[in-house]
Design a protein around this ligand. Structure first.
Ligand SMILES: Nc1ncnc2c1ncn2[C@@H]1O[C@H](COP(=O)(O)OP(=O)(O)OP(=O)(O)O)[C@@H](O)[C@H]1O
Ligand SMILES: [Mg+2]
Length: 245
């Protein structure tokens, strides 16, 4: 079967002249359907930029990105927006919930934007799945950070995306809540068979993945990659030390 995500020779430079930052310098990464792949690397190395390129929010300078069999470069703005909204689930460090909508309305919003009617049971089930039924009428300002993240997971996953992108989903919650968020995120992506690209600074979060890749100086360190049985918290810690991350 085709990769859920296939990135080849991806480069991205921000700015010009003195202020020029070469962020991505030839990133290659193929993620098969159902694989949970964690991406680690120092701050500023370009992890979020990689995710933004994959979701079509940032245009790379060169390279190829195939998402669920679609060549991103061949799509126009609208095509990329539709692909992102319909088939990619995105979970952000700062949640990105709409402030004047309730938890439930936030989960419903992507369907409303598409103009499709959705069975209310589906929204209900999504909230129930992340244990947030009791908070459904709360505005984001009336939720804790962890709760906001659970709502954003529900929002991403009720769409049944084939590819989930998560950028430091536990970056703004306490350790115990982070563990709960990761456990749920892994469980629901496994259930749905979606591929997951997870950016994290947390070795314990990365250790839940099927594969861990390490980014340094704009590239992925091929030899450092951990796969399957090799993935463990100790192995991730050891790699981070070896690579000076
Ligand atoms: N829109 C932009 N314009 C100019 N430079 C940018 C822009 N976005 C990001 N950068 C720069 O690109 C580099 C990579 O940023 P990115 O956010 O991808 O890093 P990151 O690996 O996600 O870091 P962190 O772990 O801190 O989230 C940084 O040096 C950043 O300053
Ligand atoms: Mg980032």
């Amino acid at each position: 079967m085709d990769a859920a995500l296939n990135v080849a020779g991806l480069t991205k430079t921000y700015g010009l002249g003195e202020g020029k930052v070469d962020v991505l310098r030839g990133v290659d990464l193929a993620v098969p359907p159902g694989q949970m792949c964690a991406v680690m690397g120092p701050s500023g190395v370009g992890k979020s930029t990689l995710l933004s390129c994959v979701s079509g929010l940032v245009q790379p300078d060169a390279g190829r990105i195939d998402v669920l069999g679609e060549d991103m470069a061949a799509l126009d703005d609208e095509g990329r927006t539709l692909l992102r909204r319909k088939r990619i689930g995105i979970i952000y460090q700062f949640f990105n919930l709409v402030g004047n909508l309730t938890a439930e309305e936030n989960v419903l919003l992507p369907f409303l934007i598409d103009g499709v009617t959705v069975d209310p049971k589906k929204i209900e089930h999504g909230l129930e799945r992340v244990g947030m039924t009791k908070r459904r009428k709360h505005l984001p300002s009336q939720l804790s950070g962890g709760e906001m993240q659970l709502i954003s997971i529900a929002r991403a996953l009720v769409r049944e995306p084939a590819l989930v992108l998560a950028d430091e989903p536990t970056g703004n919650v306490n350790v115990a809540t982070g563990e709960r968020i990761m456990a749920l995120l892994c469980e629901v992506t496994r259930e749905s068979g979606a591929a997951l690209l997870l950016v994290t600074h947390n070795p314990e979060d990365a250790a839940r993945a099927d594969r861990v890749v390490f980014m340094r100086d704009g590239e992925l360190e091929r030899e450092a990659e951990l796969l399957g049985e090799e993935v463990s918290s100790d192995a991730v810690h050891a790699r981070l030390r070896e690579l000076g991350i």
